[in-house]
Design a protein around this ligand. Structure first.
Ligand SMILES: [Zn+2]
Length: 213
């Protein structure tokens, strides 16, 4: 959404590439939309996925419009499933083209739909849901690089409508995952205490949730 994927156009702007052209098909500009929609690799994937029934005008307009139509549309049947497939497809296109560019040969499956479905088997669907009126939601995350290793974390507070209220990122020093997660929770509570009174705390770490109960 922020168009910050490291394609050649972005690399050129950051002076870490010499030209913005697509390494695979030779198109003059390899931007995000080219990578996930217009390049021959992307076209092959979308064609094999065969999603014309669900695809919301993705092949017209700019990147923002295409993403919004397919990720934030709740009107069609099985909208949540399509959003997941759409996001996964974009990610795999990114991976497959990187493999091709780096010469690590990972073939695109003939049946892309079955491949994605297989990867989702047993997956748990989670999503951010708005809180009741007057309440705020705080999500935090903490992790080390290594176990133990230098750790850090961050958190964000949003209001009933998902609107940003406040956020933090910080360095926690050496530690393990649980310690980093708990430090992020505590840091988030300190931040929330100064701002609001009704808060729901959310975490994706089961041990942390159990530790707080
Ligand atoms: Zn291309």
């Amino acid at each position: 959404m922020h168009d910050s994927v490291l394609c050649n156009v972005t690399r050129c702007k950051r002076n870490i590439a010499q030209h913005p052209a697509c390494t695979i098909c030779g198109a003059p500009e390899e931007d995000t939309l080219h990578m996930i929609r217009d390049c021959c690799v992307a076209r092959r994937v979308w064609n094999r996925l065969g999603t014309s029934k669900h695809m919301r005008n993705f092949f017209q307009g700019n990147l923002q419009t295409g993403l919004m139509r397919n990720l934030y549309n709740n009107t069609q049947e099985k909208a949540e499933i399509w959003k997941t497939y759409f996001s996964l497809t974009c990610w795999w296109i990114w991976r497959w083209r990187n493999c091709q560019v780096l010469g690590r040969g990972q073939d695109i499956p003939y049946n892309v739909g079955a491949f994605l479905k297989n990867g989702l088997r047993g997956a748990n669907y989670i999503a951010w849901k708005p809180q009741t009126h007057g309440w705020y939601i705080r999500n935090t995350y903490g992790t080390p690089k290594g176990s133990p290793g230098p750790s850090g974390g961050g958190g964000i507070i949003r209001d009933t409508n998902g609107i940003f209220v406040s956020a933090f990122t910080t360095n926690f020093g050496m530690g393990m995952t649980f310690k980093a997660e708990m430090k992020a929770v505590i840091q988030g509570l300190r931040m929330a205490k100064e701002l609001i009174s009704k808060l729901e705390v959310q975490s994706d770490n089961q041990a942390v949730v159990q530790g707080l109960q």
